[in-house]
Design a protein around this ligand. Structure first.
Ligand code: ZN
Ligand code: ZN
Length: 259
């Protein structure tokens, strides 16, 4: 069989698939022909990836006045259990995209996020020597309702591009917690207490990355990092698609009515 005939069914399959499920831009979700990155030209021209001076702990962009500082005001005032967080976008810039990825079944966006993440952090990914990617687990109930874990999809796409294995047999969420977005800073910490366990006692990993869709206050990352470190993991980094604009400091001030 010549190569043309062998390639024909695959080409036909792709055409049919594209006709039934036309490719969509991972940012605006329009049915367009996305570019190599998986987004349309209009979004490609506008989308901003986080760059420039950033906090060495949470990775948020530092305000111009604090550009010389190592840590943002929030991280300078508290001890995070994780070592460093790497995020790709400011949440406000891609909030709708993340919403569709998380709640509306747009699982294919994970490939675009991971491709952009690996390009942005190529150097860091090489130097971190990460043994495994650990997606933040969902409870069995929530995973059943949603049908997939968005953090796991993102982790699997990073794995394809870096060769770092995804491990879903290490962490488990045993308590169904309220969605973090409904809670304030203090409630988040209590909400996560004892929500996670280590499934495997023989964890021989030394350096891991927790993978999630959004970094907000760092409470989830801290809960998991302290659990992992208590079980012998030396360094815990955090990889997320987006980082929230609200800092714990701002939330605290709003709560106190200062804002
Ligand atoms: Zn678009
Ligand atoms: Zn920070």
């Amino acid at each position: 069989m010549n190569r043309w005939i062998r390639a024909f069914p695959e080409a036909l399959y792709k055409r049919t698939l594209n006709a039934v499920f036309p490719p969509r831009c991972a940012i605006c979700d329009d049915c367009v022909t996305p570019d190599r990155r998986g987004i349309c030209a209009a979004c490609g021209g506008q989308l901003r990836i986080l760059r420039g001076p950033s906090c060495l702990r949470c990775g948020r962009t530092l305000p111009r006045a604090e550009a010389e500082e190592e840590y943002c005001a929030d991280c300078a005032g508290q001890n995070h259990a994780y070592d460093r967080c790497f995020s790709l976008f400011a949440y406000r810039d891609i909030a709708k995209s993340i919403y569709r990825f998380k709640y509306m079944g747009r699982q294919e966006y994970a490939a675009f996020y991971a491709e952009a993440f690996v390009r942005r952090y190529r150097r860091e990914l090489k130097s971190l020597c990460t043994d495994a990617l650990l997606p933040v687990p969902l409870s069995r109930k929530r995973r059943g309702e949603r049908g997939y874990n968005q953090a796991e999809l993102f982790a699997c796409e990073i794995a394809k591009r870096t060769g770092i294995p995804v491990r879903t047999d290490v962490l488990a969420r045993i308590r169904d917690t309220k969605p973090q977005k409904c809670l304030d800073y203090y409630e988040r910490h209590n909400n996560l207490k004892n929500a996670f366990i280590i499934k495997k006692n023989d964890v021989s990993l030394k350096s891991v990355a927790i993978v999630d869709d959004i970094y907000t206050t760092g409470s989830t990352a801290d809960a998991l990092a302290s659990l992992l470190k208590r079980n012998g993991v030396r360094s815990v980094h955090v990889f997320t698609v987006a980082t929230g604009a609200d800092t714990p400091g701002r939330i605290k001030r709003e709560r106190a009515g200062i804002s």
